[in-house]
Design a protein. Structure first.
Length: 165
């Protein structure tokens, strides 16, 4: 990480695979947060409290979505950094991340990920890519676990985490 106030998503010297593997480790250790909790954290970050009651729980036909600790912390860092200079842009980005979780609950789709059995979607919150996996938990069935959020090559200064194919 940089000492600069606009910290990077992850150390540019650290391979993106390491970030995704950290998300996998979080998921295996149950360091995850339901989508509803993530929505509340984003609202609190923006000083909104739970004005709209937070995200609705998964309904019939939707898979539950959880955010790994690594992914949650990254999203909160991104939104906080953007909101410091432009509150409206930060709020819009928070909404996009929240909607990304909702879309994955409805229809989890993406390209094969960098690690076996993972997927990635760059369509949800450009210029960020969400790495996720579908895991089966005994009590919940299939769950979408968002493992990591990484920045594409064209991200703003301060978020220099290019994806290398």
């Amino acid at each position: 990480m940089t000492d600069d106030k606009t910290a990077t998503i992850h150390d540019p010297g650290q391979p993106i695979l390491d970030v995704i593997e950290r998300g996998l480790a979080d998921t295996r250790a149950s360091r995850v947060f339901p989508r509803e909790t993530m929505t509340a954290a984003l609202q609190a970050l923006l000083g909104r409290g739970k004005t709209d009651g937070g995200a609705a729980p998964a309904t019939a036909g939707e898979r539950p979505v959880v955010w790994a600790l690594t992914a949650r912390d990254t999203v909160l860092e991104i939104v906080r950094t953007i909101a410091e200079t432009d509150a409206a842009a930060g709020a819009h980005l928070a909404e996009r991340f929240d909607q990304a979780g909702k879309q994955l609950a409805i229809a989890a789709h993406g390209r094969p990920g960098r690690l076996a059995f993972t997927y990635e979607t760059a369509q949800a919150v450009p210029p960020y890519t969400l790495a996720f996996e579908i895991v089966t938990w005994q009590k919940a069935g299939d769950v979408i676990a968002i493992l990591a959020v990484v920045a594409d090559a064209d991200t703003p200064i301060g978020f220099e985490a290019p994806i290398v194919w």
